[in-house]
Design a protein around this ligand. Structure first.
Ligand code: ARG
Length: 399
């Protein structure tokens, strides 16, 4: 009997070729598994294509809400931005895909899983670290890495073996999309000095095209989770999609990053992540409003470490669980409303309110309602300056 292998199937050319290759060159029985994380694929057409390439069973996993709730929201609460700007959209989807691959493998009694990531990228690392963390017994096969098939080789292979290819327009870029963002690389973008052509973008408007008037956006958070957009309650996935659409109209969320990959390559990556950029700005503001200074300062360190570990493929790790516990502690107070203004590629927080806001009007006002003891500040300065005074005195003697 043939061994069974579960392939992460995107529906694109590469993974369609992999179905055939794993069946005929590697001798597996292939189970194609598509995990929908929000790139709006047609389930029927996708399944038909997998079958035409030779996959017998085909699994279509609806994972949009799970992705939003269990991956995007924790990353939002962590303010996870790799190298300060990239909201990790592609990176966040890999552990979720890996988790479902493992579940499908168990269901079918498969002994191996396969993915279509290349040997130059981060995705191979993320898929495989996640799979090893969840199911060390499963073999991982990466035919793309083994055979180094480029696009032309894939097209030739598909033509030779009569594999149906999606009838989509051939894009000059390599694109990865999900609810949290869209990544664009390759083609003319490989010249870091080359300004990104407008056709690289699909979710955000350029300066000439963005809405001509600023727009106000109201977001409500409950215990760190965004729940309402302009007063309307939405599910996590629907909320992200709604914010994405509104912010995209204003050209918010375009990112152009000279990125450091796990494998040591510096590459030019473009992203469109309107929802992530806006939600992180709002959440950060509300969290700071409801946290003490020392907590907010430490959070900066947590955010950076959290972003790096997601980028590096360590979603299923002890460190993430530990950082998650820190973030969860803070979320208990992140309840309230944030108002933002969007205009021509910019987002600005213009107001916030929370029952847990650590703002006391009587303490901060300059008007007659002032309740702050001004004289107490003199004592603070006296004590804070003690070491400075001593240092200054001794410095004179050193001269
Ligand atoms: N550089 C980004 C990351 O590592 C995007 C990767 C997108 N993947 C792709 N196959 N185009 O997260």
């Amino acid at each position: 009997m043939k061994e069974k292998i579960v392939l992460a199937y995107s529906g694109g050319l590469d993974t369609s070729v992999l179905v055939h290759l794993l069946t005929h060159k590697h001798g597996y029985e292939v189970i194609a598994c598509h995990i929908d994380v929000g790139e709006a694929k047609d389930a029927e057409a996708l399944t038909a294509r997998a079958k035409s390439a030779g996959a017998i069973p085909c699994e279509f996993v609806h994972a949009r809400e799970e992705f939003a709730e269990a991956f995007c929201f924790p990353a939002l609460q962590a303010h996870a931005l790799y190298q300060g700007v990239y909201p990790l959209s592609a990176a966040l989807s890999r552990p979720l895909i890996a988790k479902h691959l493992v579940e499908v493998a168990r269901k079918h009694g498969a002994t191996a899983v396969a993915h279509g990531a290349t040997g130059k990228g981060n995705d191979q690392v993320r898929f495989e670290l996640a799979i090893k963390a969840l199911a060390p017994d499963l073999r991982v096969v990466a035919p793309q890495r083994e055979h180094n098939l480029n696009r032309d080789a894939c097209l030739a292979y598909a033509a030779e073996h009569g594999i149906e290819v999606a009838a989509t327009r051939r894009s000059p870029y390599s694109i990865d999309e999900n609810l949290w963002g869209r990544s664009i690389e390759g083609g003319v973008l490989e010249d870091p000095a080359h300004e990104p052509p407008e056709d690289a973008f699909a979710w955000t408007k350029g300066f000439g095209e963005a809405a001509p008037e600023p727009e106000r956006l109201h977001l409500r958070f409950e215990k760190g989770r965004p729940t309402h957009v302009n007063g309307e309650a939405l599910s996590p996935a629907a909320l992200i999609a709604r914010v994405s659409e509104i912010a995209g109209r204003h050209g918010v969320g375009r990112i152009d990053l000279m990125e450091d990959r796990v494998v040591g390559i510096k590459s030019r990556e473009l992203y469109e992540a309107p929802a992530a950029v806006v939600l992180i700005a709002a959440h950060k503001d509300l969290e700071r409003f409801t946290s003490l200074r020392q907590t907010s300062e430490f959070k900066e360190i947590v955010s950076q470490r959290y972003a790096n570990l997601i980028y590096d493929g360590l979603w299923f790790s002890q460190l993430r669980d530990a950082l998650e516990a820190f973030n969860q502690e803070l979320q208990q107070r992140v309840t309230g409303e944030v108002t933002l203004k969007l205009f021509q590629g910019t987002v600005r927080v213009v107001g916030r309110s929370s029952p847990f806001g650590l703002y006391d009007h009587a303490l901060s006002t300059y008007d007659e309602r002032d309740a702050f003891d001004h004289r107490a500040a003199a004592g603070l300065i006296e004590l804070q300056s003690l070491p400075l005074q001593l240092f200054a005195k001794l410095s004179k003697e050193v001269e």
